[in-house]
Design a protein around this ligand. Structure first.
Ligand code: DGL
Length: 271
């Protein structure tokens, strides 16, 4: 049993989709969420820069005495997970392997699509993770960089978003995939629209749910679970603009974000 918090981080607000699932599956756990809102987006930054940011956030969370770290950001998982696992004094879980495992389990044809930020797709991290579980799988990947700003704008069912989705996904569908991994924190909010554009024959995989399961398994394995009587909850920390985080956060979390701590991490460059 361990009452210390679980650290969760993302480039900004999107990781709240993972927090939502963690709260649902692990209601007794305390979470500390760090959103790097001063330096978002990570999706178009170089791997070295994303790794540097991720290391700074790991140090911050370890300084807050977390018992485990969850990298809720797909781009940070793609570029930095291996390094974080190597240097972290506590267990680290990312979102890519859980999503890849779920896709392999769901796909009957072994033809799997992956969408994500430019950085996630260029890293080929999903390809590697899928092939680790199914060597013969065919993976078709597509970067969808315009989805993040459209979701943050709240345009979840807007004609412009539909047009963008049709343009990005038209080629993917031609590859005869039967499963599509939503490899970015923001994409679960587009699930209804993507399902309409792609049709019922393609299963959409949202890695947030699978990641929460993997976190639960790690806690059980390391006997780190909080006692059943603990109240649980989240403490939010952002590196910039807490009011904006509060305004958009509800859409991602499904409930209001109340108190937010502002903590300026690093030098704030990249804004
Ligand atoms: N959180 C990022 C991801 O899941 C999307 C937003 C960004 O580009 O920073 O890849």
């Amino acid at each position: 049993m361990n009452r210390r918090p679980i650290g969760v981080f993302d480039s900004g607000i999107g990781g709240l989709t993972v927090v939502r699932e963690l709260l649902h599956q692990l209601p007794n756990e305390s979470l500390i969420y760090f959103g790097d809102t001063a330096r978002v987006p990570y999706g178009n930054k170089s791997p070295a820069t994303v790794r540097r940011y991720a290391r700074e956030i790991l140090d911050f969370l370890v300084g807050r005495d977390v018992k485990m770290v969850v990298v809720a950001c797909n781009t940070a998982s793609a570029h930095a997970l291996e390094e974080l696992k190597r240097v972290s004094p506590v267990p680290v879980e990312g979102v890519i392997d859980p999503g890849a495992r779920a896709a392999v389990a769901a796909s009957r044809s072994g033809r799997i699509g992956v969408i994500g930020t430019a950085g996630t797709i260029a890293s080929k991290a999903y390809e590697r993770a899928i092939h680790a579980h199914a060597g013969a799988a065919v993976v078709v990947a597509q970067a969808c960089p315009l989805f993040v700003p459209l979701v943050e704008e709240g345009w979840l069912d807007h004609p412009a978003t539909r047009l963008v989705a049709e343009s990005y996904l038209g080629d993917l569908a031609k590859h005869d995939i039967d499963t599509l991994v939503l490899g970015c924190t923001h994409y679960p909010l587009l699930k209804p629209l993507l399902a309409e554009v792609l049709g019922p024959a393609i299963t959409l995989i949202d890695s947030a749910e699978q990641t929460a399961r993997a976190v639960s398994a790690t806690l059980a394995h390391s006997t780190l679970h909080a006692p059943k009587a603990s109240a649980g909850g989240v403490h939010f920390v952002v590196s910039d603009a807490p009011e904006q985080f509060k305004r958009v956060g509800k859409r991602f979390l499904g409930e209001g974000v109340k108190e937010i701590e502002l903590f300026a991490l690093g030098d704030g460059e990249g804004r």
